[in-house]
Design a protein around this ligand. Sequence first.
Ligand code: A2P
Length: 317
Amino acid sequence: TGPILTLNNGVRMPSLGFGTFASQGSEGETHRAVVCALNAGYRHLDCAAFYQNEGEVGTGIKEFLAANPSVSRSDIFICTKVWNHLHQPEDVEYSLQQSLKLLQVDHVDAFLVHWPIASKRNKDYSPMIGADGKYVIDDELTQNPEPTWRAMESAYSRGLTRSIGVSNFTAADMTKVLSFAKVAPTMNQIEIHPFLPQDALIAFCIAHKIVPVAYSPLGSQDQVPGTGEKVSTNQELNRVAEAKGASLAQVLIAWGLKRGYVVLPKSSNPGRIESNVQLVQLTEEEFEAVNKVAKGRWTRFVNMKDTFGFDVWPEEA
Ligand code: A2P
């Protein structure tokens, strides 16, 4: 499942992971997708409390391990994340404990702060939503995430997670965390695909020994506002795939791995789950052809503006 990368604390992480966000449709879908992914050879599962399907991920892992005694829990890298409304230190702990219970494990391999935004919660631990339908932001904790990070560090030092990291953080957000971190983030999970190559942020992460992790590496099937363009129907990209006799997804996964970061394709279709893990290698020419399409692009498909009430990434970060 791709090269194994070593995080800044020595923990090893497979560079191809299976994203579980897509498979949250009908009941049992995530369970089936996880079993299928593990059978296909994935050994890295990307999860989050926000995806509301960790219970099915847990039963999927359990079923797979029971049927495959030669594979143990420690062979599978499991990542999960704390959502915005649980950034208060004691809530970070609560969130992780909930995830561990649902995933049916005693620790995860990575625990991430899902967004650099803290919001308020209700007494029943649900996100507090304002009259405008948006999250009620906790300005203080958003401006100063040190208490949240201390709780992440505490979870790490107590062995509840083998590494801690962030997601959707800009260079400025990471600089802030690095300024007070006793345990530095090991990774930053961000949107990366040929329409959002993120050269600057990737370089920043690598310079600070933070592994970039790409979500939506296939371009998410979304359209570029205005032009209606899609990664999946881009002619140049499809030409590379056809000439190679590979799927476009395989080319995009190979492009990410060759650029040196972790790639998290997601699918709930068994055939595509299996073919995405069949890795291909790009020649320099093929690599350059994809780079050429990516050059100068900046289209984010994931934007939580409607949920948070503002854009976390106001400009090129
Ligand atoms: P499906 O679940 O039907 O396979 P991203 O990871 O960039 O967000 O993309 C996920 C989307 O890409 C999902 O809609 C998934 O749909 C689709 N997808 C995953 N693998 C492939 C593939 N090999 N070919 C085409 N589409 C794919």
